[in-house]
Write a protein that binds this ligand. Structure first.
Ligand SMILES: Cc1cc2nc3c(=O)[nH]c(=O)nc-3n(C[C@H](O)[C@H](O)[C@H](O)COP(=O)(O)OP(=O)(O)OC[C@H]3O[C@@H](n4cnc5c(N)ncnc54)[C@H](O)[C@@H]3O)c2cc1C
Length: 351
């Protein structure tokens, strides 16, 4: 008798943002490939995080695990002509400024392993000499990375969905109404579909989908993210984050920059989120104070993302056969390539 082949696992993925699209692609192209159905709500990009994401990518992250996922993702993009095309990767470099005592040693060791020769730690005097910063607190340090920049998560999502379908995944343009452990998916049109695994990758809509299904939100909640794009004479800076002022940004084509500050708008509704004009004005004032340049917010973009108590785009079990794949807390674009591979491997080997 010949060896019996285990039938392909039936996996439903809810949400076609960059997280759901990459997870679908990883799962359908894995050696023990799954049979994947991906459920979307409307046209990809309508108000979701992946459609408007700033796309800053770098290796440095505060925690070692997050740093490993980010560095592995950048390394994967740089090593692959296909991924450079799918992501539209622009290597502008990155500057990450920390306050006095900011921990760099662990993450920089991770960067040395994944992106050799990319990262260097510099002190306050060199930041002020080599970069257009006007004010910094005493003791500030920065991680400078050569191999970093920005990508288009929208472009990556589009490519991943296309390739997942080419590899055999099915995209169902039907929103999911509720999910049940077991697991199964009930669609808005009343259909009930059983699977071996159901993964909620619905970004900022995930907590609501869980509670609507009678399940706890499991440490997940939403938060508004907002940035502005405007013309500015700012030069000599690639992607950057300044933890001291909160300002972050990246070049945005000729003579323009994307600049943002963190919001405190927790539990915002992803369907009704609107730009906060006072925050856009604060960004203008902060750019003037920290970088010494005029910045006029021409266009302001706001959307929600899904945050977790322990930040990170990870597969989290919420019931038998039921998982979430979200919680990237405003940073999943930079870790999604690595996180989706790990999540698919975990999913396809779990029973
Ligand atoms: C303004 C902004 C700027 C950002 N900038 C950066 C950055 O510079 N660098 C970085 O690394 N990260 C950044 N992020 C974070 C990153 O973009 C997000 O973490 C990432 O895009 C989240 O992808 P996702 O697929 O989890 O969610 P989303 O892209 O929000 O996708 C979720 C999808 O699920 C669908 N959906 C919802 N409910 C249902 C349902 N019931 N049935 C079926 N489908 C459903 C939605 O329609 C949506 O398409 C930013 C985020 C925002 C909002």
């Amino acid at each position: 008798m010949g060896a019996t082949r285990r039938p392909a696992l039936r996996v439903a993925i809810v949400g076609g943002g960059v997280a759901g699209a990459l997870l679908a692609l990883r799962a359908v192209t894995a050696p023990a490939a799954a049979q994947v159905d991906l459920f979307t709500a409307g046209a990809p990009g309508q108000g979701d995080a992946s459609g408007v994401s700033g796309g800053l990518v770098r290796g440095f992250e505060a925690g070692t695990d997050a740093c490993r996922a980010a560095a592995e993702s950048v390394a994967e993009i740089r090593d692959s002509a296909v991924l450079r095309d799918w992501t539209g990767y622009q290597e502008t470099g990155s500057l990450y400024v920390l306050p006095d005592g900011g921990e760099t040693e662990g993450p920089v060791a991770v960067l040395a392993a994944y992106l050799p020769g990319s990262a260097e730690v510099i002190g306050r005097d060199r930041i002020l000499r080599d970069f257009p910063f006007r004010t910094l607190p005493d003791g500030a340090v920065a991680v400078v990375e050569r191999h970093a920049g920005h990508i288009s998560p929208q472009r990556l999502r589009t490519a991943a969905l296309r390739e997942a379908v080419a590899a055999g995944a099915t995209v169902r343009a039907t929103p999911v109404a509720v999910v049940t452990p077991g697991p199964s998916v009930r669609t808005a049109d009343g259909g009930e579909h059983p699977y071996d695994h159901v993964v909620l990758a619905a970004g900022a809509w995930t907590p609501r989908l869980l509670t609507r299904s009678g399940l706890p939100a499991g440490g997940l909640r939403t938060k508004q993210i907002q940035y502005s794009v405007g013309e500015t004479p700012l030069a000599g800076l690639g992607s950057f984050v300044d933890e001291n002022s909160g300002l972050y940004g990246r070049p945005y084509g000729d003579g323009a920059f994307l600049l943002g500050l963190p919001t405190d708008r927790w539990d915002a509704d992803p369907d009704t989120v609107r730009p906060d004009a006072s925050l856009a004005e604060r960004v203008e004032r902060c750019a003037e104070r920290v970088l010494g340049v005029p910045f006029a917010a021409g266009r302001t973009v706001a959307a929600c993302d899904c945050y977790h108590d322990t930040p990170g785009l990870l597969l989290r079990r919420v019931g038998p056969g039921l998982h979430t794949f979200t919680g990237g807390s405003g940073g999943a674009a930079k870790t999604v390539l690595s996180a989706s591979r790990t999540a698919a491997a975990t999913l396809l080997t779990s029973t």
